[in-house]
Design a protein around this ligand. Structure first.
Ligand code: SAM
Length: 336
């Protein structure tokens, strides 16, 4: 008799989970002003999952119906031998859609290898197109390196999405520049509303709302809304730009949440499972993973149980905005 297929991952609200964001490190070479990335919070070497353990988790996820894994950090390229790990992942899981989120500063030398490993699209976080502002926002003078990373990925045939955290007083004067870039290059520029996360400072007045960005963008360019395409756009509302090679996108976790269609899980580099970005309810997978008598079957049980209670993050976020913290963990350790 053929073996019964393993049931796929679904939560108690019927949401099917098909997407894993897997952080490979909590270390980053940037110190972005909105991201509480303090040295003192860092995991010890022993507590970070080994590459072999990350591969085991990817295999488990794939077996449970997860078809897309996004590698994130900290900064993925800040971990030693990250590119070798990614190539091993590709060799072991040829059918998995492997994606990457990076700050782009260390990316350029690896673009060809990434493309050869079947990473056909890369998300690059870039909040400003001004080198001096970049240094102010990130604490590092590495803007030219990010631009080289973008060019190298495009030259290697990858699709590039640029993610900018939309912040009043930080980049709200730069919409014309970002639109010009999306006209010139085939890149998606996606603005994401600034979320209250971890220990980083957050004030409502700093949020540059998607509706304000859209209103301003309409005065600068002809925009046509594009149908939502879950695989490609994710939670972003995308717009074609008249006469442009690239597109504009808006990601609205604050003003228009997308919890009803949330299909993702997050696992940190320390092996902590989060079923919702805004919830501090976490599940520690590492002890089970490393326990000689438990291992992956126990991790699978935890995953299934945790998922049943996957929260609706918007409710938690509303509390957070009202000043009642719900996510005490920083983005650098969750991975975005
Ligand atoms: N180092 C990689 C990078 O820069 O893309 C991956 C990790 S980073 C934490 C992932 C994403 O989270 C980045 O695009 C970053 O801008 C975004 N992010 C961090 N804090 C945020 C916040 N408070 N609100 C919105 N996005 C945030």
């Amino acid at each position: 008799m053929p073996e019964a297929p393993t049931p796929r991952l679904a939560d108690d609200k019927g949401r099917q989970v098909s997407y894993l964001r897997l952080s490979v490190t909590d270390r980053c070479n940037l110190r972005c002003l909105y991201c509480d990335n303090q040295m003192s919070h860092r995991l010890t070497h022993h507590d970070v999952l080994r590459y072999e353990e990350l591969l085991d988790l990817m295999g488990l996820a794939q077996g449970l119906g997860i078809g897309k894994v996004r590698l994130t950090g900290g900064e993925p390229f800040a971990r030693r031998d990250f590119m070798d790990f990614l190539e091993r992942a590709r060799a072991r899981f040829p059918d998995l859609s492997l994606r990457l989120t990076t700050n782009g500063t260390l990316l350029a030398p690896f673009a060809q290898r990434l493309a050869a490993a079947g990473v056909d699209r890369v998300n690059i976080s870039l909040d400003t197109l001004d080198a001096a502002n970049f240094a102010r926002v990130t604490g590092q003078d590495l803007y030219p390196q990010v631009r080289q990373g973008i060019e190298a990925c495009l030259a290697a045939g990858m699709r590039v999405k640029i993610n900018a955290v939309a912040m009043r007083g930080v980049n709200d004067a730069e919409l014309p520049g970002f639109l010009a870039l999306a006209r010139e290059l085939p890149v998606d520029i996606r603005f994401i509303e600034f979320m209250p996360m971890g220990g980083a400072e957050w004030h409502a007045r700093q949020v540059w709302k998607a509706e304000d960005i859209l209103a301003e963008a309409k005065g600068l360019a002809g925009l046509t809304p594009l149908p939502r395409d879950a695989d490609d756009a994710g939670p972003a509302q995308m717009f074609a730009i008249e006469g442009g090679k690239g597109r504009l996108g808006l990601i609205t976790p604050l003003s228009n949440h997308f919890c009803a269609s949330c299909n993702r899980l997050r696992i940190t580099s320390g092996g902590v499972l989060r079923t919702c970005l805004f919830s501090d309810r976490v599940y520690r997978l590492r002890p089970a993973l490393r326990h000689p008598g438990l291992g992956l079957p126990a991790v699978e049980r935890i995953l299934r149980l945790a998922l049943r209670k996957k929260p609706v993050g918007a409710d938690l976020l509303a509390l957070r905005q009202a000043g009642q913290g719900v996510s005490a963990t920083s983005m650098s350790s969750i991975g975005g």
